[in-house]
Design a protein around this ligand. Structure first.
Ligand code: NAD
Length: 269
């Protein structure tokens, strides 16, 4: 049940046009936050998503479609939010993945994955954190992955980016640990590390595995889970949304510098 504890707060959720980001935007809106949505779609196509997020409880929304591969576009995005008076909540969620062996990974694949999954979070945090510290309240939730904690074959750029994101978040947590107070809520920086979560990001891997079972999608997913995720259950994006919203609660002020797995036991092995 909604408590409205984010009423009066402002959040930017990158990559929130679908999947985990949209679920996080919905969860933060449900607690009353004003939401800046973001993703690589045309502004005209954002109308329905903005309406959905306002329906979920956001008093105000806006949409930005900056390409996170471009640092200048990220700066422009942060500038465009200045009239909202600074972010209280920053969720670096946008991410891309290509599964390819290290030997076949091209420099272009490496550059794009590092730019979107790692460097973009540097560019947004660098801008957002000083304001958060000034106000004594701030929440950064970086959506890393189990691949920020362990490796898997054919994911070198992605694993490198996600490990980097976990490391950078720890440093930020230390640098801002004393900002604010228990009363103001403090400034925290954490990573959420999902395992298999049902979004379009994992579709190429699901389809490739399903092909080994005559195109049976359920068998493909079961096979992927059997390999890594002991619970044998995928996560729903809404479950990640609930955790992100919990991290933004004032009572979570001492949860900082963590990398929280949502992986059915994958990284416990
Ligand atoms: P998704 O593909 O459904 O959504 C990705 C979002 O990122 C979209 O809104 C897209 O527009 C945006 N985006 C992609 N490239 C961009 C760019 N260059 N500039 C701006 N926006 C861009 O993915 P998802 O599964 O919801 O993933 C969200 C995050 O969760 C990612 O960081 C991903 O690595 C992470 N994650 C996902 C899973 C999973 O199983 N789905 C597991 C672990 C981690």
């Amino acid at each position: 049940m909604s408590e409205g504890y984010l009423s009066g707060r402002t959040a930017l959720v990158t990559g929130s046009t679908q999947g985990i980001g949209l679920a996080i935007a919905r969860a933060l809106a449900g607690e009353g936050a004003r939401i800046a949505l973001h993703g690589l779609i045309d502004a005209d196509d954002s109308t329905a998503i903005e309406a959905e997020i306002r329906e979920a409880g956001a008093p105000e929304t806006r949409f930005l479609n900056s390409d996170l591969r471009d640092p200048a576009a990220i700066d422009a995005m942060m500038d465009a939010l200045a009239d909202w008076g600074g972010l209280d909540i920053l969720v670096n969620n946008a991410g891309i993945q290509t599964t390819v062996s290290l030997k076949d990974a091209t420099p272009a694949i490496w550059d794009a994955i590092i730019a979107v999954n790692l460097s973009a979070a540097f560019h947004t945090m660098r801008r957002a954190l000083p304001d958060m510290a000034g106000r004594g309240f701030g929440r950064v939730a970086n959506i890393a992955s189990v691949h920020g904690l362990v490796g898997s074959v054919h994911k070198a750029p992605y694993v490198a980016a996600k490990h980097g994101l976990v490391g950078m978040s720890k440093v930020a947590a230390l640098e801002y640990a004393t900002a604010g107070s228990k009363t103001s809520g403090g400034v925290t920086i954490n990573c959420i590390c999902p395992g298999w979560t049902e979004t379009t990001l994992i579709e190429p891997q699901v389809e490739a595995r399903a092909a080994e079972f005559g195109g049976d999608r359920d068998k493909g997913i079961a096979s992927l889970l059997a390999e890594k995720q002991p619970s044998q259950r995928t996560s729903d994006p809404s479950e990640i949304g609930r955790l992100a919203a919990w991290l933004c609660h004032p009572a979570s002020h001492n949860v900082t510098g963590t990398a929280i797995p949502v992986d059915g036991g994958w990284t416990a092995q």
